[in-house]
Design a protein around this ligand. Structure first.
Ligand SMILES: Cc1cc2nc3c(=O)[nH]c(=O)nc-3n(C[C@H](O)[C@H](O)[C@H](O)COP(=O)(O)OP(=O)(O)OC[C@H]3O[C@@H](n4cnc5c(N)ncnc54)[C@H](O)[C@@H]3O)c2cc1C
Length: 462
């Protein structure tokens, strides 16, 4: 079928891209193991064009892959089998901010960072925050229910979405929940679309909830000997009545990597096995003093090996960068295979020991870089391709690693994907987290919204 001719009869020629470099660029997200093989890229400039595109695809059974900022790590925005890409990048306006209702209405292609900056202009705060915020789109965040470093205090994207507009596979618009904080009228379809990874409809408008900015805060970096210390630290902070905004874990080789390649400084004289980055609300000077004292007490009692408390905004930013630059630096310096698991918070240390033991026994040659949102029980486990091993062999071996990893995750009642989504990458392993009944129900829901299977087919499940 001549897709170009089919679409050019209905949408402007400059919305249709077919050059090989465009197909390669828009054809995949940040998961390195999948190759882009898109047929065409469509970049609609209006919702009417989106409706037409969907109607054409539905009528002709053309597979369509929704694409946002392409920062996803699961292959969700990847066209591997000649699908047509629909990029929402041209729809990037913030439509309105209502300061008294504390809401913001956005087009789908607004970046996460633009949402945060616009909220700040109005004295408000959008708390979803992660390293790819400058590139990821708000609709991509909704479609993956993105999390990040402030989930421990503020929750995931789901907690900040009041309403959605979506275009269904048939090309019809659904307006879900408007700007309502409360709406007890049956099933909440909005929540079905959050985390649906482009398989149920195209998100064309997002109404977000905003909040007050955090009060003053203090940032610290702690050196620790093992993951168990994180939990002792978290317990101590909570017992002392501290409000924790951020508690992030990373291991020594992650710090070495960002120090070597991202131009950052190690603030400690000695090397530590692992580190915890903390941001704690300290509205009053007394709270800041109490926090600094607590850090000292925890060092003296050997819960922490060492701690530095930032004294200036510049130091705060430097400490934060040590954690925030890890993911992109791994991507630049290595070929990684990524896992994004979560277990109940209190099981993390035992999980980590069992997981390391399993990897040591089965795959002793693979180097791991582990970091993550420890306060949510969420670890990003990056397996690095050994030098000299070709990518095909490496990724094939990672399939075996994943099976072993997810057996351990299952034993600890965890999830194979905490925040990156299932996409193509984790699809074979969905059964480790979801029961057969749940998967069957999800498939039925998919068929209800998309009977011809045109929306991101082959993602999450077959
Ligand atoms: C350096 C780095 C750090 C990261 N850190 C985090 C982190 O801390 N926490 C976290 O949660 N994620 C993190 N991510 C992953 C990623 O940024 C998130 O998954 C993000 O939400 C993806 O948004 P996107 O716009 O890039 O979506 P894409 O990658 O373009 O797409 C993601 C999914 O959404 C679907 N989609 C996109 N737009 C639409 C639409 N309009 N309608 C329907 N479906 C759509 C796609 O089909 C795909 O399935 C990180 C990524 C990088 C590169």
């Amino acid at each position: 079928m001549d897709y170009q001719a089919l679409f050019s009869a209905h949408i402007p020629a400059d919305s249709i891209l077919s050059r090989p470099d465009d197909l390669a660029f828009y054809g995949k997200d940040s998961a390195q193991q999948f190759k882009a093989a898109a047929s065409l890229v469509l970049m609609p400039g209006t919702v009417e064009e989106i409706k037409k595109i969907l109607a054409i695809c539905n009528q002709n059974k053309i597979a369509l892959v929704p694409s946002g900022g392409r920062t996803g790590y699961s292959g969700g925005a990847t066209a591997e089998h000649g699908e047509v890409i629909i990029s929402l990048a041209r729809l990037h306006k913030i439509k309105s901010v209502d300061v008294s209702d504390r809401t913001m209405v956005c087009e789908p292609g607004v970046t996460t960072e633009a949402v945060r900056l616009e909220a700040a202009k109005h004295g408000l705060f959008y708390p979803v925050d992660f390293a790819s915020k400058g590139s990821s789109h708000i609709a991509g965040n909704v479609a993956t229910n993105a999390g990040g470093i402030r989930v421990i205090r503020y929750g995931n994207t789901r907690d900040w979405v009041l309403g959605l507009k979506v275009i269904t596979a048939a090309g019809e618009e659904l307006a879900l929940n408007g700007a309502l904080y409360k709406n007890a009228t049956g099933y909440d379809l909005r929540n079905l679309f959050i985390g649906s990874e482009g398989t149920l409809g195209i998100i064309t408008e997002v109404t977000l909830k905003l909040t007050s900015p955090p009060k003053d805060f203090t940032t610290a970096l702690c050196g620790i000997s093992d993951a168990a210390a994180c939990l002792q630290l978290l317990r101590a902070l909570r017992s002392a009545g501290c409000t924790v905004n951020v508690i992030e874990y990373f291991e020594r080789n992650a710090l070495e990597l960002v120090v070597a390649h991202a131009g950052l400084l190690d603030p400690f004289r000695a090397a530590h096995a692992a580190y915890v980055l903390l941001e704690v609300e300290t509205e009053f000077p007394a709270q800041r003093e109490r926090f600094a004292e607590l850090m000292l007490e925890l060092v003296e009692s050997k819960v922490l090996a060492d701690a530095v408390v930032a004294e200036s905004q510049k130091q705060q930013q430097n400490l934060m960068a040590l954690r925030e630059r890890i993911s992109e630096t791994i991507g630049r310096q290595h070929v990684p295979h990524k896992n994004d698991i979560a277990v109940p918070v209190s099981s993390l240390p035992q999980f980590l020991s069992a997981f390391r033991e399993c990897l040591r026994a089965n795959f002793p040659n693979f180097e791991l870089i582990i970091f993550g949102h420890v306060g949510d029980g969420n670890l990003h486990v990056n397996i690095l391709k050994p030098k000299g091993m070709d990518e095909k062999t490496f990724f094939a071996a990672c399939d075996q690693v994943d099976t072993k990893t997810f057996e351990v995750v299952q034993k600890f009642n965890g999830t194979i994907s905490a925040e990156h989504g299932v996409g193509l990458l984790k699809k074979p392993y969905l059964h480790f987290t979801r029961s057969a009944q749940e998967i069957e129900l999800m498939k039925k829901i998919k068929r209800l919204f998309d009977p011809n299977g045109i929306l991101n087919p082959g993602k999450i499940f077959d």
